[in-house]
Design a binder for this molecule. Structure first.
Ligand code: 5RP
Length: 218
């Protein structure tokens, strides 16, 4: 097993301490979350709200009841991974294309626990990893031009359709030095459904796994 995979598993194991019996848990998407999902059958969850169809299918296969967010009320805990995280626990997410549903479930939860391996820590977001932006299909070219005006280099994610039937523009070279301001500015472009900067509603707890174990940052 690679070091990175071992770190993902360690972060997922650490996340178990935030889950209580009888909870309806918000569950994110991605390979780190998959490590958590494998551990969930040992708990007594009342159910789970899934942040993507992929996660929903995995949870169902393990016999975990899926709850519609509209009937779940405010969740106590949402647990997810990230593509990048800075020292303020602001994130870039959406490498798996589930950013919109992830942002909705995170917003509807009291506590957002983010699990990462050490490769995800960065000083400034968006220098190495592009900002994924979910866009209505008809607005793709218009939004791409607006992103270019902001200095971005949008790349259409080939052969990918989101759970909501939209497309993704993975946008390189954006200046993410003020993540909250850029998150708002991107949301204001007509045709943008959601962007992968999670700064207005950043993680509450970061479980960062490294070669010496998992550290908890708040
Ligand atoms: C999916 C996401 C994931 O949380 C992010 O891509 C991290 O994935 P992984 O745990 O596989 O590294 O935002 O949309």
């Amino acid at each position: 097993m690679s070091d990175q995979q071992a770190q993902k598993q360690a972060a997922a194991k650490a996340a178990l301490s935030y889950i209580e019996d009888g909870m309806i848990l918000g569950v994110g998407t991605g390979s780190t979350v998959n490590c958590l999902i494998e551990l969930l059958p040992q708990l007594k969850l009342a159910g789970a709200v899934a942040s993507s169809q992929v996660t929903e299918d995995k949870l169902r296969a393990l016999g975990i009841e899926i709850v519609d967010l509209n009937f779940a009320g405010t969740l106590d805990v949402y647990i997810d991974g990230a593509d990048e995280v800075n020292e303020h626990l602001q994130l870039i997410k959406g490498g798996g294309g589930a950013l919109t549903r992830e942002k909705i479930v995170a917003a509807a939860s009291n506590k957002f626990i983010c699990m990462v391996d050490e490769s995800k820590s960065v000083e400034i977001l968006g220098r190495a990893f592009p900002v994924p932006i979910e866009v209505l299909p008809q607005a793709r070219s218009y939004v791409a031009r607006q992103l270019a005006r902001l200095g971005g280099d949008p790349v259409y994610r080939d052969d990918f359709v989101t759970d909501y039937g939209n497309v993704i523009l993975d946008t390189y070279d954006l200046d993410v030095s003020n993540p909250i301001a850029l998150e708002k500015e991107l949301n204001n472009i007509v045709g943008v459904v959601c962007n992968g900067i999670f700064a207005a509603n950043q993680a509450d707890v970061l479980l960062k796994a490294g070669s010496n174990g998992v550290i908890t940052l708040t």
